[in-house]
Design a protein around this ligand. Structure first.
Ligand SMILES: [Zn+2]
Length: 216
């Protein structure tokens, strides 16, 4: 007679189980050690948070130049420190590089592209400069028509208000000028619009249901 030793039961995620096999394994393994439920819950939450981070970091890295990429790179270094004990020097240097503002040339903003700034000389000898910074453009094109969007940062010493503005143009229309609060609201509106576009993109492949005989 062959005696089959008890096989350790492989942890399986039930269909539809939130978190998948890894969380099921953590739950079961800790339960087997007699850990308190609060400890199990905390461990499961930590692993789930890590899974969310991994998904977000992967999505950001796939986009290559996403603006939050350096932030996620820093988080990777901190996670590596927690897991392996590797010194945090690299993470601190990366964070300092993130926070560092480049020095401004005299009379310019740190964000100025001084070779593009335009000094205007007046009869009384005064020089008032129109400052120009980075600009971003994109084009929405369907193969027939194209809508070109452009945003540019600038400030003008001719204006009493020393604050910078972001100018946004759509095609050949007159541009819009945003102060910092106004641009924040515009970004929120565009975010909502982009979420809507993503929804339309997700559902646009759904075919029409066949008509009933009565409709045909
Ligand atoms: Zn300037």
């Amino acid at each position: 007679m062959t005696i089959i030793a008890d096989q350790p039961q492989a942890t399986k995620a039930e269909p539809g189980q939130v978190g998948g096999p890894l969380l099921a394994t953590v739950r079961q393994a800790l339960a087997e050690t007699g850990a308190r439920q609060a400890v199990i819950d905390e461990a499961v939450l930590a692993v789930a948070s890590g899974q969310v981070h991994q998904a977000a970091a992967t999505a950001v890295k796939e986009q290559g130049t996403h603006a939050v990429r350096p932030f996620f790179d820093c988080l990777d270094l901190v996670i590596n420190h927690i897991v392996t004990g590797a010194p945090l020097t690299a993470a601190r240097e990366a964070a300092e590089a993130l926070a560092a503002t480049p020095p401004a040339q005299a009379g310019h903003h740190p964000w100025c592209l001084p070779e593009r700034c335009i000094p205007h000389r007046y009869d009384d000898g005064a020089v008032l400069t129109e400052h120009l910074g980075p600009a971003y453009t994109t084009e929405l094109a369907d193969g027939h028509e194209a809508l070109r969007l452009r945003a540019e940062l600038g400030s003008d010493e001719n204006l009493l208000d020393y604050k910078a503005s972001v100018f946004v143009w759509a095609g050949d229309n007159d541009g819009l000028s945003f102060d910092q609060d106004g641009l924040g609201r515009a970004i929120d509106n565009l975010d909502t619009f982009l979420d809507g576009l993503r929804h339309l993109h997700r559902v646009m492949g759904q075919p029409r249901a066949p008509k009933t005989e009565g409709q045909a």
